[in-house]
Design a protein around this ligand. Structure first.
Ligand SMILES: [Zn+2]
Length: 256
């Protein structure tokens, strides 16, 4: 595992070039086909290494805001508080994402209670705008990005490591006793398209532009995100993310 900021710089140059090509393509080429092909399955496994997954459910009613673990409920389709129809997107996601956006979500816990992980997969629908640059959403939600780097995670299943963008974030909150406190979390993600994988939003945009121009297709891209708490005094969460992601990755591969 190591960091790599040069790559981000190179990606930017690549993107500037690709966007130039895309602008030309808008003028000269019409008829881009959306395909249903995705690079992964929209399903999170029950178990990832020593972590056990639990389904999270949300009430669509903004005023209710109910959140539940599926296992808590007798009827996991109905909100026990207001009768709303439960789903795996929270209110904000439901209102912001196009209706055909796919989502899988689980909260993973270990027997010893350490390092719980919240995992989501967002799969773009026909309208490809489901996937935004995560940094924009995070800062809008009041998080400050303390650091941002790509880590390279060795995989048992292939030679090339998995690259994951890890953002360390902090957010000012009010503690249980009413005193101001700081919540420190990490947010880690990567993107997967048909035969494509990258941790960089800009590289993803460039791949999309290239696939449109070169092949006249627009694939469904997926966005895989992991989040949880981190100790602000060290980088131990990087190893934890590597342990989790290296076990999750093979379970997400689409059958050929
Ligand atoms: Zn409700």
């Amino acid at each position: 595992m190591g960091t790599n900021s040069n790559k981000i710089f190179l990606a930017r140059i690549f993107v500037i070039a690709a966007l130039g090509v895309a602008a030309w393509a808008m003028v000269c080429k019409t008829g881009v086909d959306n395909t249903d092909e995705a690079g992964i399955v929209l399903h999170l496994p029950e178990q990832v290494g020593v972590w056990q997954g639990m389904d999270l459910l949300f009430c669509p009613n903004r005023d209710c805001g109910g959140q539940y673990f599926s296992a808590q409920l007798e009827d996991p389709t109905v909100c026990p508080r207001c009768g709303g129809r439960l789903g795996n997107m929270n209110w904000a996601e439901r209102s912001m994402l196009p209706a055909d956006t796919g989502m899988a979500r689980k909260f993973y816990v270990r027997g010893d209670g350490r390092d719980p992980v919240h995992a989501t997969i967002v799969l773009s629908g026909d309208d490809r705008s489901s996937i935004h640059r995560p940094q924009v959403c995070m800062t809008a939600a009041g998080h400050e990005i303390v650091s941002e780097r790509i880590i390279r995670i060795p995989l048992a299943t292939r030679e090339q490591p998995l690259e994951v963008m890890v953002m360390d974030m902090s957010r000012s909150v009010t503690g249980e006793d009413g005193a101001p406190a700081v919540n420190t979390i990490y947010y880690a993600y990567w993107f997967v398209g048909k035969n494509r994988e990258t941790a960089s939003h800009l590289v993803r945009m460039a791949y999309m532009a290239y696939d449109r121009v070169r092949f006249g297709v627009s694939h469904r891209w997926a966005y895989i995100a992991l989040s949880g708490g981190r100790d602000p005094r060290n980088d131990d969460h990087l190893q934890m993310i590597a342990d989790f992601a290296s076990r999750l990755h093979p379970a997400l591969l689409a059958p050929n």
